[in-house]
Design a protein around this ligand. Structure first.
Ligand code: GRF
Length: 198
């Protein structure tokens, strides 16, 4: 099953998905990597010999044009599923209409707690003792789509944002590829805002 992965950062989750997808028995194959900026994820995709598409907002007259270009680029690879792995943009209406229910995101907190780009820092600042990661379907909101899976991660007294985020990422590196394998083979059943993998 062809999938496209979208990233904007260090690309450690992209690397984990690529590694899992490269296994001969893997039910999915990463057919392209899409980035919205120059980032380490770009080089990880290239090193894996996979087409890397850069779709930068700054290269477009407005957000709607960017959203349409992103859809055109991704559609060209005909993916069954799209995975956003540290992709720091909100997908627009044109993209989500075409890929509704088929975009999977990983967020480094236990949604609905601590959504948004500072979820790790917000959890640390709040003083929670347990945080984690949420793998969910992407809808038009910020980290608001139906939840597919979650994993818990302890917060340690001397944690910094970096040490906590690294611990969360080590959980994500297993959970996200597991969920991708599950959804490409078994699909997702949604009931309102609830989702489960049969
Ligand atoms: C992950 O923690 C993901 O949950 C968040 O961004 C981070 C991406 O890390 N959305 P990387 O760029 O894959 O290393």
């Amino acid at each position: 099953v062809p999938i496209v992965v979208m990233a904007s950062g260090a690309g450690s989750l992209l690397a984990a998905i690529l590694e899992r997808g490269a296994a001969p028995s893997s039910p999915f194959e990463v057919v392209a990597v899409v980035v919205d900026r120059s980032c380490a994820a770009e080089q990880i995709g290239r090193d894996a010999g996979i087409p890397v598409v850069s779709c930068k907002l700054a290269d477009h007259p407005d957000r709607e044009a960017w959203d349409r270009r992103l859809l055109a680029e991704v559609s060209g690879f005909a993916p069954q599923w799209v995975v956003t792995a540290g992709f720091m943009k909100i997908l627009g209406p044109a993209f989500l209409a075409a890929y509704s229910g088929r975009v999977v995101n990983s967020h480094p907190a236990l949604l609905p707690a601590f959504p948004g780009v500072h979820g790790v820092a917000d959890a640390l600042a709040y003083g929670v003792k347990v945080t984690g990661t949420t793998v969910h379907l992407v809808d038009g909101g910020v980290d608001t789509g139906p939840i597919l899976a979650q994993g818990t991660v302890p917060v340690l007294p001397d944690d910094t944002v970096e040490s906590l985020h690294e611990r969360i990422k080590s959980t994500e590196r297993d959970l996200l590829p597991d969920v991708v394998e599950a959804v490409v083979t078994r699909g997702v059943v949604t009931d309102g805002r609830k989702a489960h993998i049969p």
